[in-house]
Design a protein. Structure first.
Length: 132
């Protein structure tokens, strides 16, 4: 994969990128309704509460769906790569890339675990690879 575009410098989400740079996956959990959600944001998408907390995730799940991208969408992408939805055990779905696996080795339902690509000192990106 070529150099990825850095995420927006948003203090609301910065802990997510910083944790990924340290090899940790964070999700948000609502203190009001207890639901876990992704993408991380300050307001719960289920009940609109602002009382939310960061929680650690082991980053274990299964591929819900995927596609192999053969045509680069722009600079920073090297093809082919796998774009996938991964369902984590916590019940959230993440849009991500599957790495460390041949593109023809990816299957729906395949168990995967998180891995990380460090882009900068305080910015990492969670990706997924086959669970072995
Ligand atoms: Zn809530």
């Amino acid at each position: 994969m070529a150099q990825r575009t850095l995420p927006e410098d948003d203090p609301e989400i910065a802990p997510f990128w910083r944790a990924a740079a340290e090899g940790k996956l964070l999700l948000k959990r609502c203190d009001a309704c207890s639901k876990v959600y992704y993408f991380p944001r300050a307001v719960c998408p289920h009940c609109w509460s602002r009382k939310t907390s960061w929680i650690g995730s082991p980053g274990v799940g299964r591929i819900h769906s995927y596609t192999v991208v053969h045509l680069s969408p722009g600079p920073g992408f090297s093809v082919p790569y796998v774009l996938a939805y991964v369902d984590l055990d916590e019940g959230v779905r993440m849009l991500t890339n599957i790495v460390n696996c041949p593109t023809d080795g990816v299957e729906i339902g395949m168990p995967v675990k998180v891995t990380f690509e460090k882009l900068q000192e305080k910015v990492g990106v969670p990706l997924f690879e086959p669970a072995r």
